[in-house]
Design a protein around this ligand. Structure first.
Ligand code: T3D
Length: 280
């Protein structure tokens, strides 16, 4: 009897090639200075697995270093934006402790999003639940499809809102509504989210991608250093008194005012033409 053909040695490049690890479902497409990140696991409502979170963090870190990218769009494939942590992954016997997961997988993503120089447009195409809602809150500008909804679903599985949810929500909608939403986990429709100021605008589902692209295109045409400083000033404002905020604005204006882009902006205004900002 013939012996079976020996396979490639375990762990060898040949074995890796014959058993390729399926790519983590994060899609990143860069075009016209806009990076579009799509959470692409529609059958599980884009629930986040460990490899997905690692890829999402890597994608944001790459974008942070890429001066050719001037704006980012974050969206989900299919009918959901993101249903938060993949709960089935949590059932695995080797699932890491929750505090470790939050500290090592989620928090770095929220931190990189909030410190990114480039503005992030969240195109919230469907339900954003649990950490999926937190990802949406961490975007700079949120557009929601009529079909979108938000739910701090943590309480229903005996958890505490995380990934920045308890920090963003009171700042976005005020303490009273934040407490209600965080404690009850009640779903918020796109229309209610707009009324509360949680999203900038609600648009028909079929035009969401185009509208998000339009906002990102306008942001990508602006002066990158001024945009980055604006993001930082807004972020810092929460923890500053007015006097310090005024001083920080003056300091940031000094930075923006010393850029070639500012000179270009003034020249373009005088010459009645659109400015061509270079990020310098
Ligand atoms: O490690 C850690 O846990 C720390 C980090 C925690 C942060 C968190 O995000 S905790 C919160 C986790 N998320 C949730 O609790 C939300 C769970 N999902 C839902 O409550 C519902 O799916 C939705 C309200 C989002 C949508 O409901 P519905 O009726 O439109 O859809 P569905 O039928 O429930 O889901 C469709 C499929 O997606 C279904 O798969 P199946 O059964 O057809 O094969 C469902 O299991 C799957 N899915 C939805 N959410 C998740 C999920 N699979 C894994 N994990 C999910 N979070």
């Amino acid at each position: 009897m013939a012996e079976p053909e020996p396979g490639p040695a375990e762990g060898s490049p040949a074995e890796a090639a014959s058993n390729p690890v399926p790519p983590a479902p994060i899609r990143v497409e860069v075009a016209d200075a806009i990076a579009t990140i799509t959470l692409d696991r529609p059958d599980a409502l884009n629930a986040l697995t460990g490899p997905m979170l690692a890829d999402l963090l890597a994608a944001f870190r790459r974008i942070a270093r890429d001066r050719a990218v001037r704006a980012v769009i974050l969206t989900g494939a299919g009918r959901a934006f993101c249903a938060g942590q993949d709960l089935k992954e949590r059932l695995k016997p080797d699932a890491p402790p929750l505090a470790v997961v939050v500290r090592e997988r989620y928090n770095p993503i929220i931190n990189v999003m909030r410190t990114l120089d480039q503005p992030i447009v969240g195109a919230i195409n469907g339900v954003a639940a649990g950490a999926g809602a937190s990802l949406a809150f961490a975007c700079d500008v949120r557009l929601a499809a009529e079909t979108a909804s938000f739910a701090l679903a943590f309480g229903r599985i005996g958890l505490v809102p995380d990934s920045g949810a308890t920090w963003f929500l009171p700042r976005l909608v005020g303490p009273a509504r934040a407490a209600e939403l965080a404690l009850t986990g009640a779903a918020l429709s796109a229309t209610e989210a707009e009324r509360l100021g949680l999203v900038a605008r609600v648009v028909p589902a079929e035009t969401l991608a185009a509208e998000a692209r339009d906002v990102a295109t306008r942001l990508a045409a602006l002066a990158p250093i001024a945009l980055a400083q604006t993001k930082r000033a807004l972020e810092r404002s929460w923890s500053l008194d007015l006097e310090t905020a005024l001083e920080e604005e003056a300091w940031r204006q000094g930075i923006a005012g010393a850029t070639e882009d500012h000179a270009e902006g003034i020249a373009a205004f005088a010459e009645k033409r659109p400015p061509a900002f270079k990020g310098s």
